[in-house]
Each structure stands twice: as C-alpha cells, then as structure tokens.
Design a protein. Structure first.
Length: 278
C-alpha cells in the first residue's frame, strides 16, 4: 500500500493568463478587445467543462462513505500542554446511518455514537445510558476533539442544508481540483456562515475550511496523505487545525477501510449501541 502526500496546490492557470495580458498591454481598442475576449473565453471554457458544484460534493461524500463501509481509525487530539489518542471502528450505510465505537484506550473503550437519519445518540458505559444528542449540539466537539458530532457521524448536512457554487479550478498532482463555496440555507440549523472545499477530480476532499457568520476562518481540515484502500484511493491522514492556534489540532489516520460490505441489519440500533454484537 503506497501512501502519498498531496502537493501544494499551484495557482490557477487563468490568473497567469490574466497577468500576462496586464504586463504587456496593447493600445486603444485592441486592449479592450483582447480583455473582453479573454474574459469571455475563460468563462465559457470554465462553465462548459466543469461539473455542477452540488454533484462534485455529493460524489465526494459518496466516495467517502460508499454504499456501505467499515473502517478502523486512530484519532490524536493535540494541545500545547497535552496530547491523547484513541482508536475506533466506524460503520456506515447509505447517507443516513453510521455507528462509531471507541476501542482504546481502556478508559474510553465502549463509548459509541449512532446516527440514524437526522437523529444522533451517544452511549457511555460508565453511566450505562444512551443519550439523544439535541440538534443544537450536532456542531459541538466530539469527545473533546476539533471534529464535531456531524463530522464524525459523516452527516449529510453539507448536501441537504447548503447551496453550492463553483469558485474556480486548478491542477494539483496532475488532477483537477474544484474549489466550492457552500453557503447554508436561511433556515438551516448549522453554525457556519460558509464552508470552502477543495475537491479533487478523484473525489478526495483535500481541504475544507469553516467560516463563522462574519466570514472569519475558524478552523480548517487538510488531507496530509492518501492511499489505496478497499479498492479506491482515499484520504488516510487528515488534520483539523484551529485558525487562531497552531498548537491545537486533531488528526485522524485510517488504518483499514472496506467498502460495499455486508452489514448486519441490527448494527444500527440502540441495543447494539449499548451491547455490541459486531
């Protein structure tokens, strides 16, 4: 299994083309004609060749989850004065079912998170209780990490509660990368003012930035490594970094991933959340 670290994204080619025109301008009417022609050409080529923004996001999420999926993941939560790690198993089915179960360390083992449709529940063996997570808490931190409950549960909110627009595209590692702005619907129950995603043509999200209602960057996720797993190329290392603190981040590493696997119908249930059968 070969692991690759994505290159830094180059500047879009269209910006270079504009810069060449501006540095050697012809005179008079010719100047205006070339500028207008260049803008029309770039706009037409961009609009004709690029897929719809919503389709790009949906395919990225489908690629990430598959029809069904199973994975083993380690999570490292780093702070300036401490660091802790945990491992977990994750199952998904379609767009609206997922189960996350912590397997280590021993003090956290057995903690679980279940998502069915728009409802989420957590289970803690210490108190032996299943607790429903209010919708207002879906954007809160998951177990003290920089990932939210929505992130860990692989929620569908980015598809259902946002409008998407394609801002630009560029090339990285020989692949086209689409830059998409996602803005929430007016009645969406989300905390972000907008999200900016960089999605490669092979459906891997290589960057994902989260902005507050004022447009300020709050945190950003970067894909640090990719590899072939489960018959497809996926992100195997991703880090969520707080914008205002270099010393606070959470990293996830995927050690195993399987797609389109057979799952027990009882897997996504309250009884299995409390008493694991898998």
């Amino acid at each position: 299994m070969e692991t690759r670290e994505p290159d830094e994204a180059p500047e879009p080619a269209s910006q270079d083309a504009h810069r060449r025109i501006l540095t050697s301008p012809p005179n008079g009417i010719a100047w205006v004609t070339i500028i207008v022609a260049q803008l029309l050409f770039n706009h037409g080529a961009f609009a004709a060749g690029a897929p719809e923004a919503s389709d790009i996001i949906r395919k990225a999420w489908d690629h990430w989850r598959g029809i069904t999926s199973y994975s083993k993941i380690s999570m490292t939560i780093h702070r300036p004065d401490w660091e802790r790690a945990m491992t977990m198993r994750v199952w998904t089915e379609g767009e609206n079912r997922s189960l996350v179960r912590v397997t280590a360390p021993k003090k956290d083992a057995g903690n679980g998170t279940l998502l069915i449709e728009k409802s989420m529940w957590t289970y803690s063996p210490k108190i032996n209780r299943i607790i429903k997570v209010p919708s207002s808490m879906m954007s809160q931190s998951w177990m003290g990490s920089d990932f939210t409950n929505n992130d860990v549960a692989r929620s569908n909110d980015i598809l259902d509660q946002y409008d998407h627009s394609l801002l630009e595209q560029y090339e990285s590692e020989g692949k086209v990368v689409y830059v998409i702005e996602a803005t929430p619907h007016e009645d969406a129950s989300v905390v972000w003012g907008k999200e900016i995603l960089h999605v490669r043509e092979d459906h891997i999200v290589i960057a994902h930035d989260f902005h507050d209602q004022e447009g300020d960057l709050v945190k950003g996720m970067r894909t640090l490594a990719t590899a072939e797993m489960g018959g497809r190329t996926i992100a195997t290392r991703q880090r969520m970094q707080k914008a205002d603190s270099e010393g606070e981040w959470t990293q996830i590493d995927v050690s195993e991933a399987q797609y389109d696997v057979d799952l027990d119908k009882r897997l996504f249930s309250h009884s299995n959340l409390r008493n694991p059968r898998e």
